[in-house]
Design a protein around this ligand. Structure first.
Ligand SMILES: Cc1ncc(COP(=O)(O)O)c(C=O)c1O
Length: 396
């Protein structure tokens, strides 16, 4: 018999994917250049030339058996050592190779981190607005996801609501900074307060509470700023990283979990993740890509275009009277819609070939997300469409 649970999920497909598919269909009708598709978080800048050269060199001169062979189930040791050394150098956390677990992107990292520190029936807390895929990621582990309502004033953490949600069944707290969809960068103050609350609750409940920190946008921070490193603030942190956005490699499916060496059972967790892989099937990410990213570990794509696009949109949106928190990073902006029904707002925008994502699936009402990982030229051309939409539909 087929699995009724997965069958039921067919009725609730990703809104973002559906909008993106609509944009592609509309593009076939009127030319994709005329569709202002702000739906999908697919990087718009190429991977660094050094990455391409590294891969060409690897394929031309490397040992084909090793390059195309299975990687060890805990990752290629030299790759893990390179990542550990980078994190140590950048953030002053003393990782060693055996604290690093290469994965298939951040999605793979999260699925291993969650399973390592929860069991079915446990509770994981996250904060709105959140990446909608957290729902299926957590559902797949058998744990329950509790969403703390947003602090819509600045998209940091609503601490009163967080403290009210905490209970002894919570084994993990899942954060994402810089944040998809709000673009917020959690401040050192936010991380200090979060970590103090978690430390106190660990003592009160008599068990560990792990912080699972999802950081695929770590490198995309604006105004010359930096994302304070969450694992520096809290020992029981599992950092989930991805090269999808920083190196523009989402299709290569490569990331890692970094287990804070100060965490409880830090020396066991990566080995446990190796066991988890046997069940999830997300084992042994491609050897060639592990070797490739390790060679360019200090590089990123040219990410500056995202800041350019953010400034263009932020200025346009604020001058049109939108309420919007200025993003500190990522390639998303999350303004308040001009009516309380975000879906109705986005449906109206579609008439102007503006593809915006309503906020409901991010756990917040009355907002919309724009993913501005698109050509700057297109962002500029979208502004008159945005102006016409707002004028004709809302008289502004
Ligand atoms: C917040 C967040 N977490 C995780 C992921 C998954 O990343 P990956 O494609 O590297 O698996 C994404 C992808 O967009 C994301 O935005």
């Amino acid at each position: 018999m087929i699995n009724e649970g997965y069958k039921a999920m067919l009725g609730g497909k990703s809104v973002i994917r559906e909008l993106s598919e609509y944009a592609t269909r509309r593009g076939a009708e009127i030319g994709y250049e005329n569709v202002f598709d702000f739906s999908l978080g697919n990087p718009s800048v190429p991977a660094p030339d050094d990455f391409t050269r590294t891969m060409v060199d690897l394929y031309e001169h490397g040992d084909p058996v090793a390059i195309h062979g299975y990687s060890p189930s805990l990752g290629i040791p030299s790759v893990c050592a390179t990542i550990a050394e980078l994190l140590n150098r950048r953030f002053g956390v003393p990782y060693e190779a055996h604290h690093i677990f290469p994965t298939t992107g951040a999605a793979g990292a999260l699925s291993h981190a969650m399973r390592a520190v929860t069991k079915p029936g446990d509770e994981i807390i996250t904060f709105a607005p959140y990446f909608p895929e957290y729902q299926p990621y957590v559902a797949g582990t058998g744990a329950k996801l509790t969403v703390v309502p947003a602090d819509t004033a600045n998209f940091q953490i609503n601490f009163d609501a967080f403290e009210a949600a905490l209970n002894a069944n919570v084994q993990a707290v899942l954060i994402n900074t810089p944040n998809n969809p709000s673009g917020a960068v959690y401040s050192a103050e936010t991380l200090t307060r979060l970590s103090a609350i978690l430390a106190a609750k660990q003592t009160e409940y008599g068990h560990d509470i792990f912080l699972i920190s999802d950081e695929p946008y770590r490198e995309i921070v604006f105004d010359g700023g930096e994302q304070p490193y969450p694992a520096r603030f809290y020992s029981n942190t599992l950092t989930c990283y991805s090269f999808s956005k920083s190196l523009s490699l989402p299709g290569e499916r490569i990331g890692y979990v970094a287990v804070n060496p100060r965490a409880t059972d830090a020396d066991l967790l990566v080995a446990m993740m190796g066991q988890i892989s046997r069940g999830t099937g997300h084992n042994c990410p491609p050897s060639s890509i592990q070797l490739g990213v390790a060679k360019v570990i200090d590089e990123t794509s040219d990410l500056s275009v995202y800041e350019t696009n953010m400034n263009l949109l932020y200025d346009a949106l604020t001058s049109l009277g939108f309420e919007v928190v200025r993003p500190g990073g990522t390639f998303y902006i999350f303004p308040k819609a001009l009516e309380s029904d975000a879906t109705a707002f986005c449906l109206k925008a579609k008439e102007y070939d503006l593809i915006l994502v309503p906020s409901d699936s991010f756990g917040v009402t009355g907002h919309f997300r724009m993913a501005y990982c698109v050509d700057t030229e297109k962002v500029k051309r979208s502004i008159p469409a945005l102006e016409r939409f707002v004028r004709e539909q809302y008289g502004r």
